[in-house]
Design a protein around this ligand. Structure first.
Ligand code: PHE
Length: 355
C-alpha cells in the first residue's frame, strides 16, 4: 500500500480510538467515507487510470475502504454501549433508600374494632351501621324505656332541637342499642350482627368522654338460650385478650330491653392491672336475652324467635389490652402518643396469628 494511504489508515484508526462519543465518531465517519473524503476522491480518480493499473489500485482502495468501514462500525458499537451504560446508571433506582420513619399508623380504637370484627366475623356475624343522630324512639321508646323511665335521665343525653314528622325528638345516640331496633325492623330473622360505632353522653373526665365507642351485638334465631350468649361472649373475651383461661363472670343486672339482664366481668388484679390473675373483677359488658316487648315492638313474634344482645365499650377494651390509662388521650391527636400506641397499617388483623 502506498505511503499516503497507509497514513490515512493509521490516522483514521487513531482518531476512532480517541472518539469518546457518537458525535465525534460521526464526524470521523463523514471525513473518512463522505463525498469529499480523501478515499472517496481517490476512488473517483480511478477512472483516469490506465486499465491495467486501475484493477490493482481499485482492489487496494476497496480493501482499505472495507477495513475502515469495519473499524468505524466496531467503534460505533462500543460507543453505543458506553452511552447506554451511562444512561442506565444515571436513571437507576436506589432501592437501598430507607423507608420513611413516620408513616401513618392505625389508631388503637380502630385496631380494637378490627379485632372485634375479626373474632365475630369468624362466628359468622355481619357488621352493620346506624346513624349517630337518631331519635328518642330508637334510643329509648322502642327499647322499652318509656317517657318517664329513670334510665332516660341516667344517660345524660345530648338532645337536638328538631323533631321528625312523627314528633320524635332528635338526639345523639347514647348507646349502639339503637341498631338492634333498626336491624329488627329491616331484616328477617335469623340475624347475627355486630354494630361498632360512636355514642354520645354529656360527661367528661379521665374515664368518660362526651363521645365514645360501643359495639353492639345481636343474635336472633330459634331456641336461643342464655347458654348461647355465655358461650359466645366467653369465646370473644378469651380470643380478644388472648388468654384462653381468662375468668369470666356473669352477674345479674338490669337493662329495660333485656330479660334477664346481666353484666359481665373479667378476672384481674386491681393492684398490678394484670388480666386473668388476682381475685378482683372488672365489669366489661352489658348483655341479656332480648325482652319480648322489644321483639314485638319491631314486629318479630317472640313465640317464634328468641334473641340475645350485648354491648361493649371499645375504649375500655382498648385501655385494658394495651395498658392505656387515660381515656382522654385517645382523642388528643398527639402524634407522639399515636406513634407509640398506633399499629402499622400494613399489618391487618389475622385470627390465625392470634389477636
Ligand atoms: N346499651 C347498654 C349500655 O350502653 C349495653 C347493653 C347492650 C346491655 C345490649 C344489654 C344488651 O349500657
Amino acid at each position: 500500500m502506498d505511503k499516503e494511504l497507509e497514513q490515512i489508515k493509521q490516522k483514521t484508526l487513531q482518531d476512532l480510538d480517541q472518539a469518546q462519543d457518537l458525535k465525534s465518531w460521526d464526524a470521523i465517519r463523514v471525513a473518512t467515507l463522505g463525498k469529499s473524503a480523501f478515499l472517496t476522491q481517490k476512488l473517483k480518480e480511478l477512472g483516469t487510470f490506465p486499465a491495467e493499473l486501475r484493477k490493482e489500485r481499485g482492489a487496494l482502495l476497496n480493501r482499505l475502504r472495507n477495513e475502515l468501514v469495519q473499524a468505524i462500525d466496531t467503534r460505533k458499537a462500543v460507543l453505543e454501549e458506553i452511552e447506554l451504560n451511562e444512561k442506565l446508571s444515571a436513571e437507576a433506582l436506589d432501592i437501598t433508600l430507607p423507608v420513611p420513619v413516620y408513616t401513618g399508623v392505625t389508631h388503637p380504637l380502630r385496631r380494637t374494632i378490627e379485632e372485634i370484627i375479626a373474632i365475630f366475623g369468624a362466628m359468622n356475624f355481619k357488621v352493620v351501621d346506624g346513624p349517630n343522630r337518631d331519635t328518642d324512639w330508637f334510643n329509648f321508646s322502642a327499647l322499652n324505656i318509656d317517657e318517664h323511665h329513670p334510665a332516660r335521665a341516667d344517660h345524660d343525653t345530648f338532645y337536638l332541637p328538631t323533631r321528625t314528622s312523627e314528633g320524635h325528638q332528635h338526639l345523639l345516640r347514647t348507646q349502639t342499642s339503637t341498631v338492634q331496633i333498626r336491624i329488627l325492623l329491616d331484616q328477617k330473622p335469623p340475624i347475627r350482627i355486630i354494630a361498632p360505632g360512636r355514642t354520645y353522653r354529656a360527661d367528661h373526665d379521665a374515664t368518660h368522654s362526651p363521645m365514645f365507642h360501643q359495639c353492639e351485638g345481636m343474635v336472633v334465631d330459634k331456641h336461643i338460650t342464655l347458654g348461647h350468649l355465655k358461650g359466645c361472649l366467653i369465646d370473644f373475651l378469651r380470643a380478644f385478650f388472648a388468654l384462653p383461661t381468662l375468668p369470666v363472670r356473669f352477674r345479674s343486672s338490669y337493662f329495660p330491653f333485656t330479660e334477664p339482664s346481666m353484666e359481665i366481668d373479667i378476672g384481674w388484679n386491681r393492684k398490678t392491672g394484670e388480666l386473668g390473675g388476682g381475685s378482683d373483677w372488672l365489669e366489661i359488658l352489658g348483655a341479656g336475652l332480648m325482652h319480648s316487648r322489644v321483639l314485638a315492638n319491631c314486629g318479630v313474634n317472640p313465640q317464634e324467635w328468641q334473641a340475645f344482645a350485648f354491648g361493649v365499650g371499645i375504649e375500655r377494651l382498648t385501655m385494658l389490652k394495651y395498658g392505656i390509662s387515660d381515656l382522654r388521650s385517645f382523642y388528643e391527636s398527639d402524634l407522639r402518643w399515636l406513634r407509640y400506641y398506633g399499629f402499622q397499617s400494613f399489618r391487618s388483623v389475622a385470627l390465625h396469628e392470634g389477636i
